[in-house]
Design a protein around this ligand. Sequence first.
Ligand SMILES: Nc1ncnc2c1ncn2[C@@H]1O[C@H](COP(=O)(O)OP(=O)(O)OP(=O)(O)O)[C@@H](O)[C@H]1O
Length: 784
Amino acid sequence: MALLRKKRYQETVKLILNLANRYHAMPDKELQYQTALLKKQVDGQRSRLKIILPEAYAVVCEAAERVLGMRPFPVQILGAVAMEDGNIAEMKTGEGKTLTATMPMYLHGLTGIGNFLITANEYLAARDAHDMGKLYQWLGLTVASAVPELGQKPEDRDLDEIYGSNIVYTTNSTLGFDYLFDNLAKTITDQHLRVLNFALLDEADAVLLDTAQTPLVIAGVPRVQSNYYQSADRVAKLLVKDEDYQISDDLKNAWFTPQGIVKMEKYLDVDNLLSETWTELYRHLVLALRANYIQKRNRNYVVKDDEVVLIDAENGRELPGMKMQAGMHQALEAKEGVKISVEQRTMATITYQELFRMFNQLAGMTGTAATDRKEFLEVYNLSVFKVPTNRPDIRKDYPDHLYISNRAKLMATLDVVKEAHVKGRPVLVETGSLELSILYSNLLLKERIPHSLLNARSEVKEAEIIKHAGEVGAITVATSMAGRGTDINITPEVERLGGLLVLGTERMQNKRIDNQLRGRAGRQGAPGASVFYVSLEDKVVIENAPKSVRKFTYEHAHDEKQTLSKHGRFHDAIDRSQKILTNRERNARFETLQYGEVSRIQRESVYQTRNWIMQAPSLDEVVKPCFEFVAKQFVNKQGQWLNSKQTLLEFIYQNIDPDYQTKRSIEEQPKSDQLELLSEVMSNRLKRMHQKLPYQDQWLYFERLSLLRAIDQAWVDQVDQLDILMRVTKSRSIAQVNPIFEYQKEAQKAYQKMREKIKLQVVKNLTNSEVIPQSDGTVDIEFP
Ligand SMILES: Nc1ncnc2c1ncn2[C@@H]1O[C@H](COP(=O)(O)OP(=O)(O)OP(=O)(O)O)[C@@H](O)[C@H]1O
């Protein structure tokens, strides 16, 4: 299968190369004119792209040479062909993915708008939109970078121009937030992202796997402040590990034992903590448990000027202003005894996984994908296609050096650096966290070895430092994420010294990231080498190895002979630990996806309704059933033959007509009459509102905003509710039930309730708002 596929792609490449030769003879004007011809053939239909692919790619090949001075290599064309056929192209670092991407981007640009190239960071989005933009523009397509320019605020961007372009270079978070804001818009003119047609993801593994679960969150109106945080914290601090609560092996989850629940019930003097009555209190206890026993000060957060400041787990950077969601931040504040900040509600949220699954077509490219082939296929329906390198890869990957203790390992790596330094061979030292990179930098300082530390503070600076990492004598200390996507060039002198040496000071969380780091050396067929120094005290091992390994480490950490050579049975401890972690992360992503499925379905349905409302020429057909539903529900809800006069009047005053005057007796009426009465009051009230807004446009405007407001308010509550529900159900996994199933059931119930709430609110908004028509056709509305 794979061979056949490769053969097929290679034939297409041949065809493209031949066509490109033909275009070579064309004058500029004629070559540029091909875009118009191709557009005509496509006629906006994506299904026709396959037919014109060879011509389109060939046009790009020729134009790239004329405009950028680079003609795509056959392997780059191969990568571009594979990407158009539902693949992630695995192309080694330095093989020129930026140029490769121009072929599929141009092809899709021919259909119109909605085509995105997702880059790893803002700097690259701006740079590539500018550099590759010259090519697209020359060929007559429009291109834009969606990220704010230096010093520009995101809200000052011209979104119509950006998203009206054929091709948009952006980052995953910029796209995600713009998508969420679009769906908070009140009018169609405030929506900019019209179609999600094609997304080509650079560093696809980073976006689709590493950050897949990270939710993008738009926080909104503050929640009513709870006073449970301190008491929950006090209780959590009294609990005893293994008796009252347990912690998972990976130290990432905690749950109460039945004994713990009883203890808390006694202490708090409540009857059944798991009953619906105490949901809020229970939720706070779960938060307090996590805050006290999972979140660690100085690892997950620091306390600074009486505030809890989060730290980026990946690189250890402080994240001022960032807050954990759904009350977790406040629980940390209670734990640390600092002032409890106002809890923001989640207004809109989406994960990258969900965002990218919405596109009509996805493609990706990265240096490292093959290790996760199965997951790409299962989750994103993308295969992985390995593209051969342009020139043979001659990098030497040495086997790991194994040590028992961290200290012995680090000392050994220092010797490697010193030796290389004497010769002038550049070394890129890769560490697993910012903390370690600083530590390493200090070790080098002590040894008086000049070096650069990549501290990920600024993407521009980062790119600048990494660019020079291949020069004679350069020693660069970096974290694993730093500098992705920037070229490391080496000089002939460095080539003679063996090229860049990548020195990993520990294994990363998975093989894929290890491979990425190795890939920094030996780019484009240049010489280079990579080696990892690992120890049983590395984070991966400590957090994931079985107890026996940890025991061994503890007993032998001070042995004089610190390498693992004598202890064969622990040789693969590192591989095994890494595998355990890799699997756990994969499972977590599947779990997120399963939970996310519920909110995705609900969100899509809400967003679709919103969009329909924004565009509908008349809304009477949705307004009328709302009124009927509300009246019927009220009458039936009472469950008795008769409603008392008081409840009926109260309902009318509160929801429909505060000035209602009873003209007839409403006592002792059967249900059907009450229904009739309610309908009459509603329609009278609506008529009066209509009189205030006699013009159809104004009435429609008023109806539209009344509906959108009702939906948005209820949806914000629902999003928040789902978030809380997810956390609470996850923590209940001890209770013998399938938590996801429970979550789906509860979420569905909450959704039904939300729909009912929306209808009542629509009625209220339409009958109880203050309206003043404006001369520009809009209406000043004060909602009830
Ligand atoms: N066909 C080509 N002809 C000449 N130079 C090329 C060609 N393709 C790419 N290059 C050059 O090769 C270098 C590497 O390209 P690029 O940065 O796109 O690689 P990459 O695969 O994205 O690497 P990374 O994985 O680090 O992102 C760039 O300087 C680019 O200009």
